[in-house]
Design a protein around this ligand. Structure first.
Ligand code: SF4
Length: 148
C-alpha cells in the first residue's frame, strides 16, 4: 500500500478522535509503542514486564515508563500486531495512543476500531525497524489531550 495512503489513514484517525472529543480516565488510556524503540543492543527482556528496563535513558522506553508514572496511563511494548490489538480491544481501554511506523499505525487503527486512536509516527535514524525514535513531547501531548 502506498505510503501516502498510510499517511492519510493516520491523519484521518487523529482527526476523527479529536472530532469525537473522547475523554478518559488515566486507566482507560493505553499507550502502545513499537518494540523497535528499544535499543537493539539493550539486553533487558521487556516482553513480560516493562519494569525490567534499567532506565538508562539510551532509548524511549524509560520515557514511556516516566509517562505512565506521571499520568497513571497504561503502557505496553507491542511485539506483534495481534497481541497489541488484543490489548487495545480490552473492555477497560477506551482510547489508545499508538506509537509506531505509518504502516503499523494504519493496520493498528483498523484493528482498534471503533476505539479512539491518537497516532504518533516514529523516526528511522538507523533505517527501518532498528533503534527508532519518537518525539516524546508529542506522545505526552496526546495523553494530556485524552485526559483533559
Ligand atoms: S532505557 Fe536503557 S535499559 Fe531501558 S530499554 Fe532503553 S536501553 Fe534498555
Amino acid at each position: 500500500m502506498p505510503e501516502a495512503l498510510d499517511r492519510a489513514v493516520v491523519a484521518l484517525a487523529n482527526f476523527s478522535t479529536r472530532l469525537r472529543r473522547t475523554r478518559c480516565r488515566p486507566e482507560e488510556v493505553l499507550v502502545l509503542f513499537a518494540s523497535c524503540l528499544q535499543r537493539s543492543d539493550c539486553d533487558r527482556r521487556l516482553d513480560e514486564d516493562l519494569t525490567n528496563c534499567a532506565r538508562c535513558g539510551r532509548c524511549a522506553v524509560a520515557a514511556f515508563l516516566d509517562l505512565s508514572e506521571k499520568y497513571g496511563v497504561r503502557v505496553y511494548r507491542a511485539t506483534g500486531g495481534r497481541r497489541a490489538a488484543a490489548r487495545a480491544r480490552a473492555p477497560a481501554i477506551k482510547a489508545i495512543v499508538a506509537v509506531a511506523c505509518r504502516k503499523e499505525l494504519r493496520e493498528g487503527v483498523f484493528a482498534c476500531l471503533p476505539k479512539a486512536v491518537l497516532a504518533r509516527t516514529i523516526a528511522w535514524p538507523c533505517g527501518p525497524c532498528k533503534d527508532t525514535t519518537v518525539e516524546m513531547d508529542r506522545v505526552e501531548e496526546a495523553v494530556r489531550w485524552l485526559l483533559r
